[in-house]
Write a protein that binds this ligand. Structure first.
Ligand code: AMP
Ligand code: ZN
Ligand code: FE
Ligand code: FE
Length: 280
C-alpha cells in the first residue's frame, strides 16, 4: 500500500520529513508522496531519507487555487525542485499567506481573543504558517476544545475570523506544476465547498482541459459512492487515479498515515501508472 498525500512540518503537519519516512517504513508502505501546502521545502530531506531506508518517496506539493470564490486544491507529483519559476511562484504564495495571517490575528483580537502572531509562528516552527497553527493556539489557550470547533467558530470560510488569501487561478496552478515537470491532480474533489455529484463531472472536464492529469479518488472522507463516481469519471476521460490520507500528524489526530480513518487502501499500481504517464 502507498500514501500519496502527506503533510510535514514544512507546512502544517507535525512530523518532520525524516520522521514521516521512518513512520511510513514502519507501516510497510511501499511508496509515499510529500505534498505540503505551497512549499517543497520538505521534499529533498524525505527523498534522501527514503533512499537511505529503501522507501520510494515522490516529491510533491499541494497548491490552493481560486474557483468560484472558493478554493480547490491541486496536487503536483514528481516536482523538480530545481526549477526557478517554481521557487519564485511558491515564494509568492507564501507571501500571500503572510499578508493574510496578521489579519486573522486582528480579527481574533477584535473578538476579544488573546493571541499574537508570534505565538502562531512559534507553533509553525520552520514551516509555513497555516490555519491549523491558529487552531492549535486557540486549543492550547482554551478558547476551543478541538480543531473542528476552531475552524467552525473562527477559521473556516464564513466564520468570524476568516480572511481570504490571494490564490492562483486553476490554470496558473496547473501550469506551474507542469513547468516543474510534475503531474497535476485534483485533490479530494468532494471536499470542495458546494460541489454536488451533479457538478463533479463538469468541473473535472474543465480542469482536464486546463491540464490536470488525474483525480484523487481515494481519500478518507470520500464515501464508497463518491469514490466510485470519481473512478467512473477518470475512466471516461482517461485520467489517472491517486489516493492518500492527507496525514497531518497530531494536527489531525484521527487521520492515520496510509490508512486515513482506518479503511483507506491505496494500491502501488497507481504509482506505476503515474510513472508511465511521465514517460509519455
Ligand atoms: P491554509 O493553508 O492556511 O488556508 O489552511 C488550510 C489547512 O486547514 C488544510 O490543512 C486544511 O485541511 C485545514 N482546514 C481547512 N478547513 C478546515 C476545517 N473546516 N476543519 C479542519 N481543518 C480545516
Ligand atoms: Zn494542511
Ligand atoms: Fe487539501
Ligand atoms: Fe492536504
Amino acid at each position: 500500500m502507498i500514501d500519496l498525500h502527506i503533510h510535514t512540518s514544512a507546512s502544517d503537519g507535525t512530523y518532520s520529513p525524516k520522521d514521516i519516512v521512518s513512520l511510513a517504513f514502519k507501516k510497510n508502505l511501499r511508496a509515499i508522496a510529500i505534498t505540503d501546502h505551497d512549499t517543497i521545502e520538505g521534499t529533498a530531506e524525505a527523498v534522501r531519507e527514503g533512499k537511505k531506508v529503501g522507501l520510494e518517496v515522490i516529491p510533491g506539493v499541494e497548491i490552493s487555487v481560486e474557483w468560484n470564490n472558493s478554493s480547490i486544491h491541486i496536487l503536483g507529483y514528481y516536482i523538480d525542485g530545481t526549477k526557478k519559476v517554481l521557487s519564485s511562484e511558491l515564494n509568492n504564495l507564501i507571501r500571500y499567506r503572510e499578508e493574510r495571517n496578521p489579519r486573522i490575528i486582528e480579527k481574533l483580537n477584535s473578538l476579544g481573543i488573546d493571541i499574537s502572531y508570534d505565538e502562531v509562528k512559534t507553533a509553525a516552527g520552520e514551516g509555513t504558517v497555516g490555519r491549523p497553527h491558529f487552531a492549535q493556539i486557540l486549543i492550547e489557550k482554551g478558547y476551543v476544545k478541538n480543531g473542528n470547533e476552531a475552524f467552525r467558530k473562527y477559521l473556516q470560510r464564513g466564520a468570524s475570523a476568516y480572511v481570504d488569501k490571494k490564490r492562483l487561478s486553476p490554470e496558473e496552478g496547473i501550469h506551474l506544476i507542469e513547468e516543474a515537470g510534475g503531474i497535476a491532480v485534483l485533490a479530494h474533489p468532494f471536499m470542495i465547498d458546494s460541489i454536488g455529484e451533479n457538478k463533479m463531472e463538469e468541473l473535472i472536464l474543465k480542469l482536464k482541459q486546463m491540464g490536470i492529469k488525474g483525480i484523487e479518488a481515494l481519500y478518507p472522507t470520500h464515501t464508497v459512492q463518491q469514490t466510485l463516481q470519481l473512478k467512473t469519471i477518470a475512466e471516461k476521460y482517461n485520467l489517472l487515479l491517486t489516493g492518500g490520507s492527507d496525514f497531518h500528524g497530531k494536527q489531525k489526530p484521527k487521520i492515520h498515515l496510509g490508512t486515513g480513518f482506518g479503511k483507506l487502501r491505496v494500491p502501488y499500481e497507481l504509482v506505476i501508472r503515474m510513472k508511465k504517464a511521465l514517460k509519455g
